[in-house]
Design a protein around this ligand. Structure first.
Ligand SMILES: Cc1cc2nc3c(=O)[nH]c(=O)nc-3n(C[C@H](O)[C@H](O)[C@H](O)COP(=O)(O)OP(=O)(O)OC[C@H]3O[C@@H](n4cnc5c(N)ncnc54)[C@H](O)[C@@H]3O)c2cc1C
Length: 393
């Protein structure tokens, strides 16, 4: 599978049009924070029939559970049989608004996908389905003020036993979609290890901080979320402990290369056009070898990340696990996206530095890919540890 099939190409084309006609005009207000992206996410899901596209995957999982299956399910993209299509959607969104793509991925893929993959039939019907189809917006809450890279070891949020259920207390930070989410998937320390809990925004004791002011991804609202003695029934706890959380981390990291792909492709397309159009010293700047080298550099970055995404999609489709590849390719794709955005700005000269071109936004947004879903160093170190394996003292 080294090129997109006809159906995926068609979906990419339709999404590109929607991004240009509907998403692009909203980006300035989303960036300024005067508008929130959540209605637009719901509108997009409706327009493109996510109900039919992903509802089928959810129903398939429900049928398996009802037939007595106990093993956790796959990611939403994999179980819908269309992993490449979901990557392509994320890529197209990221060409225009990486923050919008991130918010969409967190809600549908991380929050919704984790509930569909790990939840009971009741949890899937009640919370998983509305998230997977984007009738509701979700957030995924792992990071805390004192627990970032060491998310599990330093976690202070607790869910203490209370009758049949739990009481949840703690705070989470840097939460994508925090300001608008209806449903939070929250990781907490319990008497029997790390657990994940489905929390509704309307519950007593749940409060959300104001959106952070950020360097980039400004079209994705991020906030703190506080849980003050929130009473949860037993049905709010997702089956599976720390290993289930690690699977979600894998899903989160697998989504990053598609975002990098969109950023790099836009940088490449714009740069190619610019070097043909822009004239200096009486010639198109594409005639200068120093500029030509930058175009080849962008082209290679584009094809490299595109191939990473193809392999991730193949792994998801074939059920192949290769966590070192997921971790390391996330780190590499993020770095290539940052480099590509800076190269594209360089190719565009002073104009590249101006807001109206959108390249400076891509550079600001790309930087987040090196931080979120585990920093670059954390991902590279995790990959190395798995590749080397246990060592004798
Ligand atoms: C815009 C944005 C959106 C986000 N969205 C979400 C979200 O929706 N949900 C969520 O749960 N989290 C989210 N995050 C949090 C993100 O996952 C964390 O920021 C990230 O995991 C890093 O944690 P930290 O910021 O605490 O950095 P730290 O862990 O404090 O790291 C600081 C530096 O130390 C390095 N470092 C730390 N430990 C080691 C080590 N053992 N070896 C080598 N180097 C090390 C890191 O690589 C980094 O360079 C988001 C963050 C941002 C900025």
């Amino acid at each position: 599978m080294f090129q997109l099939d006809e159906q995926t190409q068609m979906v990419a084309g339709v999404f590109r049009q929607w991004c240009q006609s509907t998403l692009q005009p909203r980006v300035p207000a989303l960036e300024a924070g005067t508008e929130q992206p959540f209605d637009l996410m719901k509108q997009m899901a409706k327009t493109f029939g996510f109900d039919a596209m992903l509802g089928g995957a959810v129903k398939k999982r429900l049928a398996k559970l009802k037939a007595g299956e106990t093993a956790p399910g796959e990611s939403l993209a994999a179980s819908s049989g269309t992993p490449m299509m979901m990557h392509v959607v994320v890529k197209e969104l990221s060409r225009v608004s990486p923050g919008f793509a991130m918010g969409f991925g967190v809600s549908m893929g991380l929050a919704g996908g984790s509930i569909v993959a790990k939840g009971t039939a009741e949890q899937i019907e009640r919370w998983g389905l509305p998230l997977a189809t984007m009738q509701k917006i979700g957030a995924w809450c792992l990071t805390e003020p004192g627990a970032g890279s060491d998310a599990f070891g330093s976690m202070r949020t607790t869910a203490t036993a209370d009758g049949d259920g739990y009481r949840l207390t703690g705070s989470k930070t840097f939460i994508t979609n925090g300001p608008g989410a209806d449903i939070f998937l929250v990781y907490a320390r319990t008497p029997d290890g790390i657990g994940s809990f489905i929390v509704e925004r309307a519950m007593s004791g749940v409060t959300v901080g104001p959106p952070f002011k950020k360097m980039g991804m400004r079209d994705s609202p991020t906030s703190e979320v506080f849980f003050d003695d929130v009473k949860l029934g037993a049905e709010h706890r997702l089956p599976g402990g720390r290993s289930a959380t690690k699977d979600s981390l894998g899903t989160e990291r697998s989504g990053v290369p598609a975002m990098a792909w969109g950023i790099i492709e836009r940088c490449y397309d714009m740069s190619l056009q610019h070097v043909r159009d822009r004239k200096q010293f009486g010639r198109a700047i594409g005639d200068f070898q120093a500029v030509q080298l930058k175009i080849t550099d962008l082209f290679l970055k584009l094809r490299t990340v595109e191939n990473v995404v193809f392999r991730l999609a193949w792994m998801q489709q074939a059920g192949v696990k290769d966590q070192p590849f997921v971790n390391a390719s996330k780190a590499m794709s993020a770095q290539l996206a940052v480099d590509a955005a800076l190269t594209a700005i360089q190719i565009h000269g002073g104009m590249g530095y101006m807001e109206e071109l959108g390249l400076e936004k891509l550079a600001r947004d790309a930087k987040l890919l090196e931080l979120g879903a585990g920093t670059t160093d954390i991902n590279l170190l995790a990959a190395a540890r798995e590749l080397i394996g246990p060592l004798e003292a």
